[in-house]
Design a protein around this ligand. Structure first.
Ligand SMILES: NC(=O)C1=CN([C@@H]2O[C@H](COP(=O)(O)OP(=O)(O)OC[C@H]3O[C@@H](n4cnc5c(N)ncnc54)[C@H](OP(=O)(O)O)[C@@H]3O)[C@@H](O)[C@H]2O)C=CC1
Ligand SMILES: O=C1O[C@H](COP(=O)(O)O)[C@@H](O)[C@H](O)[C@H]1O
Length: 486
């Protein structure tokens, strides 16, 4: 038998993401045979009441995706159980340990990170950190390098590193894995994947949502720690890393750590040139009036809801190629993309007039709202014009291009892949301790430089692409943010 324990099994993450993911895996026959799924939280409620809540949450999500069926639910229901526990108390965990016995146990901490250290200590005392056990930790682990190390030391005291699975759900997204396939499953891109051919890279994670009720958490973290320390740096690593020798978890993670170690520190002298902080003020988002962050919070705050950074990777491959990253709440679109901007042709044989200018090639790796990888190449406009006219065309490099699989498969929740991998003990798509450590180190330098220089967030109106200073960050280098998907 195997068991998946969801600590915080009644919370938002569990109900919106984890349990629907488990339903989809059940539906596709991918859950391990005999797996038990046990929700564990402090609320005193019966297993039947808990299962009724799970049913409601899962059904709503599965119906929206048009994959609800009663037979799959019956199978999932038979696996579900609930136990009221205070996970910080070894005594309280004993009945849970009795329930799961010596099966293969995966425990997912879907609780506040402030509880992680106490929970893992209690788990060890209760026998839930033995060799047959694994632990999955949600981000953010810590608020800076110091607090990360404090929590992680407690984790390391209870579990060995190969039992620890630090989630960054962006690594579970299909297109992120497709990027690995594209880079290392083809020979044609690798010779171009360096400073000889690439001018710069842009990574954008735009969200339309505001901070809303999450401000007690968010105000402590801001966009730098909530998004850049983890999701954005992970994307940067996958674009920039050297080819690993194989897909072994450590081979991949060794390469990612090397990239993080090569990130040029942001100094106080440079911070205003290479970073931007922003905070939304009242505006219009998705056609509706939207409050400013300060109004949501109820008082003025210096927390950034937008961050843009120019990162430089000091190694042979990437010398002179800036990586521009930006992310924010209340932007005009929910859009996540990586843009690989190639250099222009060294000399154009075509007229630079209205007959069509030669545009430099651009690869767009789109993660949201659609999942797609495309490459813009120049092409002759068909016709008998005496002088050749050019046009850019966009080639899709994603599924469906071979004509055999025109309908893309259902878009999976990133947690589906990650839950399966954690239960199977495959840590390739999880973050190793030294990766998180290096990422915090770099982010701490940015935040210390902000504090020392007194750099405060610039206002931006909700529903726009961040403060003007973010455009200036690019413009100063003669570049601009991608505004089109071609
Ligand atoms: N929600 C989201 O979209 C995302 C969340 N995360 C991370 O996921 C984690 C959970 O977030 P979220 O679901 O939003 O939080 P919630 O506050 O919605 O849920 C927290 C859960 O923890 C339980 N809990 C609290 N204390 C204990 C305890 N001592 N023992 C056992 N259970 C306890 C609560 O239930 P009870 O009160 O009954 O004990 C509740 O079920 C956090 O680390 C968050 O940063 C990360 C990315 C996105
Ligand atoms: O981890 C987080 O991610 C979400 C955005 O995730 P996405 O998969 O919807 O792009 C973000 O809203 C949240 O603030 C952050 O904690």
């Amino acid at each position: 038998m195997a068991a998946l324990i969801l600590f915080g099994g009644g919370g938002d993450l569990a109900m919106r993401m984890l349990l629907p993911s488990l339903y989809f895996l059940e539906h596709d026959g991918l859950l391990p045979e005999g797996l038990k799924i046990i929700g564990a939280a402090r609320s005193e409620e019966s297993a039947d009441d808990y299962i009724a809540k799970v049913h409601e949450a899962v059904k709503a999500r599965a119906e929206a995706d048009k994959v609800w069926d009663e037979a799959s639910w019956s199978r999932m229901k038979a696996r579900l159980d609930y136990l009221a526990v205070d996970a910080t108390s070894p005594e309280s965990l004993k009945p849970l340990k009795d329930k799961v016995g010596d099966s293969e146990i995966t425990s997912f901490l879907a609780v506040s990170p402030s509880l992680y250290a106490r929970i893992v200590t209690a788990m060890k005392a209760a026998g839930l950190a033995e060799k047959n056990c694994r632990i999955v930790l949600e981000k953010p682990v810590g608020r800076d390098l110091k607090s990360f190390l404090e929590i992680d030391d407690a984790v390391a005291h209870a579990f060995s590193e190969n039992q620890v699975f630090r989630i960054d759900h962006y690594l579970g997204k299909e297109t992120v894995q497709n990027l690995i396939a594209l880079r290392f499953g083809n020979t044609i891109f690798e010779p171009l994947w360096n400073n000889l051919s690439i001018d710069h890279v842009q990574i954008t994670i735009g969200e339309t949502v505001g901070v809303g009720d999450r401000w007690p958490y968010y105000d402590e973290y801001g966009a730098l720690r909530d998004m850049l320390q983890n999701h954005m740096l992970q994307l940067l690593c996958l674009v920039a890393m050297e080819p690993p020798s194989d897909l072994d978890p450590d081979s991949v993670r060794n390469e990612k750590v090397k990239v993080l170690r090569s990130l040029r520190p942001v100094t106080v002298d440079e911070v205003e040139r290479v970073t931007v902080r922003g905070q939304y003020v009242a505006g219009v988002s998705e056609g509706k009036p939207a409050k400013g962050y300060d109004e949501e919070r109820g008082q003025p705050s210096d927390t950034e809801t937008f961050v843009a950074v120019r990162a430089d990777i000091d190694n042979w491959r990437w010398a002179g190629v800036p990586f521009f990253m930006r992310t924010g709440k209340r932007l005009p679109e929910k859009r996540t993309e990586i843009v690989i901007q190639f250099k222009p042709v060294p000399h154009s044989i075509f007229d630079r007039d209205d007959r069509g200018e030669v545009q430099a090639n651009r690869m767009i790796i789109e993660l949201q709202p659609e999942e797609d990888i495309s490459l813009t190449v120049m092409n002759k406009r068909p016709g008998l014009d005496q002088r050749m006219q050019l046009q850019p065309i966009k080639m899709s490099l994603s599924w469906g291009v071979d004509g055999k699989s025109a309908a893309p498969p259902r878009r999976r929740i990133a947690y589906e892949r990650l839950l399966l991998d954690a239960m199977a003990g495959d840590s390739t798509l999880f973050v190793r301790r030294d990766e998180a450590e290096q990422a915090w180190k770099w982010v701490d330098e940015v935040s210390e430089a902000w504090a020392e220089s007194g750099l405060k967030p610039d206002d931006y109106v909700a529903g726009t692409w961040g403060p003007e200073s973010a455009d200036m960050l690019m413009a100063r280098t003669g570049r601009d943010w991608n505004t089109t998907d071609v």
